[in-house]
Every structure is written in structure tokens, then in C-alpha cells.
Design a protein around this ligand. Structure first.
Ligand code: CP
Length: 338
């Protein structure tokens, strides 16, 4: 267990070693146990404040962070860019330096600067640059609540859920299918990118499944390369599959999520995959008998997943994943903001 994570940013999963991720899980399980038995743990971050800047809507992330910091004895402050002087173009640098005088941690959701911040142009990776710049100018930990490259808090909660379902070591032996699913909206590939990177670090066996449409559904090659290299060290594996039925065969988890790198190409190509890539009980007929369905939520029902499957309590564990957001995020805050 690592004991010196105080002040460390949680921006990219790739900044973390296996030992550090294992420490987060260990603390998360301890904090979850305390909640389960009603044990007060509000001394851990008593009197400390977490800034929470959301440039786009959120249900799970906002509620879990705000409730989490409260349970740790601190206070969460929610704001949007419009509510801060960022609206009047105060620089990120001045904002970062100033917030360090008030807060013990700063969490941020930002993934499309053009839509969310009114900047003239936007390209993939710009939001990450902003998070890195804030982290450089702030002297408090910065936590990524979703940027254009990753959703690391989500994936930590997802892996914690797999540990609960399959065992803390056995989850690594399972076939985890991280699958593209159809939706008409083109969404960020942050979830699959973080999943394959985390799986590589931890030694999991991942199948990344998506339709073969070059430049549309393939994920950032930086993450594929990182995952492959990390898997060589950890003993995990990454396989890419373009046929969802082959991917689903023998799966222990099918995790569905829509994403697209190019909205215009997705608008043309996406509909032809709508039927096969709407995850349903048919996919679970070829999966392992006790396989689970996962989704980070919000799910587009009857596009990404059928109503019957996401509501099937024997298969769907989507609300367990959502609950674990609070436990892993409390662990991250407790370790870095203390
Ligand atoms: N999964 C997730 O981040 O949900 P929200 O967008 O509701 O926060």
C-alpha cells in the first residue's frame, strides 16, 4: 500500500502505477465497509473544501462527489464556467493560482472547449491541456471528472465492481468486453480509452469491440499502445474485435458504451450497426452463463442496450457501478487531499 499520495493529481490513469491503483481500491473498500456499518469517518477531510467545476451536465459524478466529500467531513462547491469569472475570460492560470488559497482539491469536467467554453476552435486533447495547465498552476490536487481523453473515476468504480462480482484476483482472469454500442449522438471515447489503459496496468484481459470504420470508432492509438505495453508487464491482454457476436462469445462482462471520434462520419456510418450493436439478451446467450452487463450511464435505452437487459437484475449491474463512484472517489480524495 502506498502512503504518500498527498497532493497527487488524478488526471490520467496512465499517471498511476499498479500499486497506487491498488491503494485506491483498498481504501475504497475500507470506506465502503464503514458506510455499510454506519461508522462515522467524517474526521478524514474535516473542514476541507473541494471545488467542482462542471462545464457540462452530470448526475452521478456531481452527486457522488458532493455526497462523498460531505461523508468525509468536508464541503463540496459546485460551479459552472458561467458562474465564475471564466465567463468573462479570466485566465485558467489566474483561476488555478487563486483557488489554491481556498480549496484542498479541485475537480473538473471539461471535454469540448468550443461548446462548453465558447473558444473559437477545438481539437481533441485541448481539454486535457487545460487540466494539465491548471494542475501546473495550482498547488492542490486536480481530479479529472471526465475530459476529452479519459473518465478515470468512472473506470475505477467499474473495476471495483468487477472485483466485487468476481473476486479481487479472479476478475483479472475474466473476459471483459468493452463494447461500442449504437447511439445517434457522437460521444467521447474517454470510457474505453481509460478502461484499456487501466486494464493494462492491472493485468486484466480486455476485448475492445467496435465496428471497423477507420477514423470513426477506433480509439486514440496512444491508449492502445500504452495498454499493450502495460499488459506485457502486468500479464494482461488486449484484443481488438470488430464482430460483436464473436466478442460476446464466452464473455464474463459486456460493457456497452457509445462513442465516435468523428460526428459527421458517425452520422453516416452509425445506423448500419444499430441492430447488432444494441446489446440485448441475445448477446448474453453466447456469453458465459453468469456474465454481467455494465454501462457507465446514462444509457440510451433501446439504442445502446435493450430495456429488458438493462432492467434484468440477474445480469445488469449498472447501479452497483454507479454506487461505487462514491467509494472510489472518496478514496481518491482521502489519499490526495489529506
Ligand atoms: N457516468 C457519469 O459520469 O455520469 P454523469 O454524466 O451523470 O456524471
Amino acid at each position: 500500500m502506498i502512503t504518500n499520495m498527498k497532493g497527487k493529481d488524478f488526471i490520467s490513469i496512465m499517471d498511476y502505477s499498479k500499486e497506487e491503483l491498488d491503494t485506491i481500491f483498498e481504501v475504497a473498500f475500507d470506506l465502503k465497509r464503514r458506510v455499510a456499518i454506519g461508522e462515522d469517518h467524517s474526521h478524514i477531510l474535516r473542514g476541507k473544501s473541494l471545488g467542482m467545476l462542471f462545464a457540462s451536465p452530470s448526475t452521478r459524478t456531481r452527486i457522488s462527489f458532493e455526497t462523498g466529500i460531505t461523508q468525509l467531513g468536508g464541503h463540496g462547491q459546485y460551479y459552472t464556467p458561467e458562474q465564475l469569472q471564466l465567463k468573462n475570460k479570466e485566465s485558467w492560470k489566474d483561476t488555478a493560482e487563486m483557488i489554491s488559497r481556498f480549496l484542498a482539491g479541485f475537480s473538473i469536467r471539461l471535454y469540448n472547449l468550443k461548446a462548453q467554453m465558447g473558444t473559437e476552435t477545438y481539437k481533441y486533447g485541448d481539454a486535457r491541456e487545460v487540466l494539465r495547465a491548471i494542475a501546473k498552476d495550482a498547488c492542490i490536487p486536480v481530479i479529472n471528472m471526465l475530459d476529452d481523453k479519459e473518465h478515470p473515476c468512472q473506470i475505477m468504480a467499474d473495476i471495483m465492481t468487477m472485483m466485487e462480482k468476481f473476486g479481487k484476483d479472479d476478475f483479472k482472469k475474466k473476459k471483459i468486453v468493452m463494447s461500442w454500442a449504437y447511439d445517434d449522438r457522437a460521444k467521447s471515447a474517454g470510457v474505453p480509452q481509460t478502461m484499456i489503459a487501466a486494464a493494462g496496468i492491472l493485468g486484466m484481459n480486455i476485448v475492445l469491440a467496435y465496428p471497423k470504420e477507420v477514423g470513426v470508432y477506433d480509439v486514440d492509438p496512444e491508449y492502445v499502445e500504452f495498454a499493450k505495453q502495460a499488459a506485457k508487464v502486468s500479464g494482461g491482454s488486449l484484443k481488438i474485435e470488430h464482430d460483436i457476436w464473436k466478442a460476446a462469445k464466452g464473455a464474463d462482462v459486456i460493457y456497452a458504451k457509445s462513442w465516435a471520434r468523428d460526428p459527421d462520419k458517425h452520422a453516416k456510418a452509425g445506423p448500419k450497426y444499430a441492430k447488432d450493436w444494441c446489446i440485448s439478451h441475445d448477446h448474453f446467450k453466447v456469453a458465459n452463463s453468469r456474465a454481467n452487463f455494465m454501462h457507465c450511464l446514462p444509457a440510451k435505452r433501446n439504442k445502446e442496450v435493450t430495456d429488458a437487459l438493462i432492467d434484468d437484475p440477474k445480469i445488469s449491474i449498472v447501479n452497483d457501478e454507479a454506487e461505487n463512484r462514491i467509494h472510489v472517489q472518496k478514496a481518491i480524495m482521502a489519499l490526495t487531499m489529506r
